[in-house]
Design a protein around this ligand. Structure first.
Ligand SMILES: [Zn+2]
Length: 294
């Protein structure tokens, strides 16, 4: 995982400008009209968050796309769909009792403390006739409380299943924001077999809350370990999205022991999903760098 720095970010001022302008525009005749999460200019904020996160899902490290992309190939184009969802760390419609229970947990992160955000249970202002002085920002609008996640498409039961992991798996429960912890890289690591390595109390977070410990996710990460060890690189895997012959060559070459059922990965959908996890190429390269490429 990657650390997301909301306090020192160069994107912070721009996000604040957009949010403040929106809040200001909703102040009509001495009260706020329609000031809820639905009124946030999502595409502008989404662009900021995706750039801030280097186009990576805050949970699983999948490549994020704000717009659909088409890759031309010899036969027909490969379409890669838009896959970003916005995620409130403190849930948009959190109940008062829920916030009271977890307030201290959230406040250990500077961006989620009282000087940066105010939590409004239910995602609604308490008093619409009271003008907001920002900061702190209302939690349902706050840049400090928003991150970009993927849409949860996963490789399960032999094909792509929608909304299966990350934000989409989580629901509205309390979730520990690992990505706001400066030490995230030492708290969460990945083995050569693609498994997630973390302390025992955090296993359920990845296994049940985010559903990132399935054998198919392990295989995706293991694939990137094998690529890093091979003569191929990230660009080859990207090129193979539109080139099945190259895809076949890569599969034939990277795993002499044939430890995975590779025919499954020949399908366009599954290959494209796997290719979106190229962050793990750099990760494994940095961690093991056992094979120096010429
Ligand atoms: Zn994800």
């Amino acid at each position: 995982m990657e650390y997301i720095d909301k306090i020192g970010s160069k994107y912070k001022d721009k996000a604040h400008q957009i949010i403040e302008a929106t809040v200001q525009a909703q102040w009509i005749d001495g009260q706020y009209v329609n000031l809820r999460y639905a009124d946030l200019p999502k595409s502008e904020i989404e662009t900021i968050l995706v750039d801030e996160q280097k186009h990576l899902c805050c949970y699983c490290m999948r490549r994020l796309r704000i717009k659909a992309e088409t890759i031309e190939n010899k036969v027909n184009g490969v379409c890669l769909h838009q896959n970003v969802t916005l995620e409130h760390v403190i849930p948009n419609k959190i109940k008062k009792e829920q916030y009271d229970e977890y307030r201290e947990h959230y406040a250990q992160f500077e961006n989620l403390n009282d000087s940066n955000i105010t939590v409004f249970p239910g995602g609604e202002l308490k008093d619409k006739g009271k003008k907001l002085q920002m900061p702190p920002y209302p939690h349902f609008f706050a840049y400090e409380n928003l991150v970009a996640s993927c849409d949860g498409d996963s490789d399960e039961n032999g094909g792509i299943v929608n909304k299966h992991c990350c934000n989409e798996a989580r629901g509205a429960d309390y979730i520990y924001p690992f990505f706001f912890n400066r030490n995230v890289k030492s708290l969460v690591s990945y083995g050569k077999d693609g498994t997630i390595i973390c302390d025992e109390p955090n296993v359920d977070y990845f296994r049940i809350q985010l559903r990132l410990m399935t054998s198919s996710f392990n295989n995706i990460r293991r694939f990137w370990y094998l690529i890093e060890e091979s003569e191929y690189d990230m660009n080859n895997v990207d090129d193979a999205r539109a080139d099945k012959d190259l895809r076949r060559d890569i599969i034939d070459d990277i795993d002499d022991a044939n430890t995975m059922e590779w025919e499954h990965y020949m399908s366009d959908d599954i290959w494209n999903l796997m290719a979106d996890y190229s962050w793990f190429y750099s990760y494994y390269k940095q961690k093991y760098h056992s094979y120096e490429k010429a």
